[in-house]
Design a protein around this ligand. Structure first.
Ligand code: BGC
Length: 736
């Protein structure tokens, strides 16, 4: 008999189990038979487990060295063999295998442990931070990078990454903007799918695949004033149209786990929220993997004023659909008592355990519980090549004025000035897993690799530290500036200034860095700002000093080679912003897809422009692209029809270049107001000098023109829409 075991809804699941499964403890061990369907194996195993074994499956502790400064934990000494999961901080599979052996050989049923870890933008071969990756607009390349990260991780004993982070984020004060794919829901959705596919591969059971985890469900990006761990005020409409879409895309792409968020969503914390976890994720979307809490998020329900104590928090979290407890010691301590008190039902526990076992079976952990040691698994040449390409495509040329300083041509003496000039550690960004600063190619090293020393002279000076003076360093920087033909001013943020628990109240660079730029600029030499950061930076003071500005983000190990290639002109920059650059902190929140104002010609700031310094989608190239002939295959369509928009793009420059065509829609009037424009598709292609390329956008009205109402229902209204790309726009009429 094939049992179609679905974990929806829990009550039915339990009834199903009780009615259909009659496996006695002595009967054939179906769960050990890989030829049996996963559903049947789960049901069989679940039926054999006692309550203690079930409860332990729902917990995650740690093993190995915890290098996350935000939650350095006591290493777990006496880990029970029946534990469900461990966060594995080591990169040596030997320790993991020892622990796994204990689980497989010393526990009654031999259930393997699933080992998780934060593999966010690479494991040892560190790629650009996720925000930078989004600026590449190249999901295939992101997928490739995630596949390499999965290989390095799986060969090191990790089965599961806590990535991708797909929290739409519109406040650059929030340090975690570095970890996501920017301010747009569609961009987050596309890069979410790319990374899930990259991590999970063709088959989750392949030795090179790892499970992905969509985080942080949901709305964490709305953290008030950009502070971390705080309240979020999210209307149902915004929840559905802004924060949920990337998660839906990830679930549809087959992500097998989701992490619940720290934030309180308009009065109900995300980690005890039955509406988001049960009603939407599990019931409406049919998610049949498991949800893990964020670190300590269950206990935090008490701080948030939602639970009295650890026990109450456990009941609220599990009953709301949270399956696994990450480092709260709440489920292990309280579930038995809660069950006895009748505050938790056995069906709910069974449902959660069944989901976790299902993922373990799908990962092939029962058949292959151990990691085989592979020497030379890190920094392979093809992994570095991917890192180089992704870093090159992520960097955004923000400014290149009429002097056309870039690409560097006739300058022989190049000065590299600033605290980032020869820095390595900070180019790794936050959450850099097992990244090692020694692996990083610094700006200076990249330039030395790129520019032939028989023609060019490159000298460097720090000028100052990131946020403090170095005695005499300004003078040395000024002297070097006088010597130079061109000055690369290398400024930016330390990697600890972004990421978790790393909010900033002011997104300017520290005054000392701005002063350095000022002093160097007094020499009147051509100046390029090489900016490295984990967030958009307010450049209102710096921008006027520079001829050219390039946002490199935190590009990972190959950053220096990527930057040098762009500076020399060997690589044509092709990144475009996935997040708006405000002029100043006071403009925040500022993002492109805001709703329309009541007055178009009033309501501006009195002290500064109300426009951002660099908008979403901005990014220059050494080529010039001309858009023309935007047209539609029909001007009027019905709701079930499809229509194709096309535009031709010509490269009017002298060098090949990659252009990303972004397709937006705008709905001028609707019964629920909508953003000024919404990104619906993008495509990046290489265009040769003088070549004209046709780009297409096939519009499906339900998918591309509709919005979602506050209950999650699709709302597609007839009337006029505008299809926009580049500086062009065309009207489309939708009839009943
Ligand atoms: C972070 C998560 C991370 C987890 C495990 C938490 O503090 O919010 O993003 O996956 O720790 O390290």
């Amino acid at each position: 008999m094939t049992i179609n075991f679905k974990w929806l809804p829990p009550k039915l699941t339990a009834a199903f189990l009780i009615c259909c499964i009659s496996v006695s403890a002595n009967s054939r061990e179906i769960y050990k038979d890989p030829s049996q369907p996963v559903e049947k194996r789960v049901a069989d195993l679940l039926n054999r487990m006692n309550l203690d074994e079930k409860i332990l499956q729902l917990n995650q502790y740690t093993l190995g060295w915890n290098n996350n400064i935000n939650n350095i934990g006591e290493e777990v000494k006496d880990i029970p063999a029946e534990i469900g999961s461990l966060i594995y901080f080591d990169s040596d599979p030997a320790l993991r295998n020892r622990m796994q052996k204990k689980a497989v050989e010393e526990s009654r049923l031999g259930i393997p442990i699933i080992f998780g870890y934060d593999v966010i933008h690479g494991f040892r071969t560190i790629y650009p931070i996720s925000l930078a990756q989004a600026c590449s607009w190249n999901p295939d390349l992101v997928k490739e990078a995630c596949a390499v990260a999965a290989q390095e991780a799986s060969m090191s004993g990790v089965d599961w990454t806590f990535s991708p982070m797909i929290d739409v984020a519109r406040d650059p004060r929030w340090g975690r903007v570095a970890e996501g794919y920017g301010e747009d829901p569609y961009a987050n959705s596309v890069f979410c799918v790319a990374s899930v596919e990259g991590y999970q591969g063709e088959n989750l059971a392949d030795t090179t695949s790892i499970a992905s985890c969509l985080k942080h469900f949901v709305g964490y990006g709305a953290s008030e004033a950009g502070r971390d761990y705080v309240y979020t005020e999210i209307s149902p409409l915004t929840l559905w149209n802004t924060y949920l879409p990337p998660y839906k895309a990830g679930v549809d792409a087959g992500a097998v786990t989701v992490m619940s968020a720290f934030n309180d969503i308009s009065g109900v914390p995300a980690s005890a929220n039955p509406y988001t976890m049960k009603d939407i994720l599990k019931d409406k979307w049919g998610f049949d993997g498991f949800i893990v809490s964020d670190w300590g998020a269950v206990n935090q329900l008490c701080n948030q004023g939602f639970a009295y104590d650890n026990k109450d928090a456990t009941a609220k979290a599990l009953n709301a659909g949270l399956d696994m407890d990450m480092m709260n010691h709440a489920y292990d301590r309280n579930l038995k008592e809660l069950l006895e008190d009748g505050l938790i039902e056995m069906e709910v526990i069974d449902d959660a355990v069944g989901r976790i076992l299902k993922v373990k079976f799908e990962l092939g952990l029962f058949e292959n519980p151990y990691t085989h040691l592979v020497e030379d698994r890190f920094l392979r040449s093809n992994s570095l090549e991917t890192a180089r390409r992704l870093a090159s495509e992520s960097m955004v040329l923000l400014k290149n004025d009429s002097l056309n300083v870039l690409p560097l041509k006739n300058y022989k003496r190049i000065a590299v000035i600033g605290p980032m000039g020869d820095d390595k550690k900070n180019l790794l960004g936050s959450w850099n897993a097992h990244g090692n600063p020694e692996d990083v190619v610094s700006w200076l090293e990249g330039l030395q690799n790129e520019f032939d020393s028989s023609h060019y002279e490159i000298k460097s000076e720090m000028g100052c530290d990131f946020d403090k003076e170095i005695e005499g360093a300004f003078d040395k920087a000024e002297d070097l500036a006088k010597w130079a033909d061109v000055i690369l001013v290398c400024l930016g943020e330390q990697n600890s200034w972004s990421g978790e628990n790393a909010s900033r109240s002011d997104i300017h660079l520290p005054t000392i860095q701005e002063n350095l730029a000022q002093i160097v600029s007094s020499t009147g030499k051509p100046m390029v700002l090489v900016l490295s950061s984990g967030r958009p930076i307010a450049l209102d003071n710096l921008e006027p000093l520079f001829n050219s500005i390039i946002a490199t983000w935190q590009p990972g190990v190959e950053g220096g080679n990527a930057l040098a290639g762009i500076l020399s002109g060997r690589i044509n920059p092709s990144g475009k912003l996935a997040m708006t650059f405000p002029r100043s902190t006071g403009q925040i929140p500022i993002y492109y897809n805001r709703r329309k104002p009541g007055r178009n010609n009033q309501g501006f700031y009195k002290d500064i422009s109300s426009e951002p310094l660099y908008s979403f989608g901005h990014g220059l190239s050494y080529s010039e692209f001309e858009y023309s002939d935007l047209s539609l295959s029909a001007d009027e369509i019905k709701k079930d029809d499809k229509v194709i928009a096309t535009v031709t793009v010509r490269n009017n420059g002298n060098v090949p270049g990659k252009e990303t065509v972004m397709w937006y829609i705008s709905d001028p009037v609707s019964s629920i107001t909508r953003p000024v424009k919404e990104l619906k598709r993008f495509e990046k292609r290489n265009i040769l000098p003088g070549e004209t390329v046709l780009f297409k956008f096939e519009i499906d009205p339900v998918q591309d023109l509709a919005q979602v109402d506050s209950k999650g229902n699709t709302l597609l209204e007839s009337g006029e829409y505008y299809i926009m790309t580049g500086d062009k726009s065309i009207k489309l009429r939708l009839t009943e």
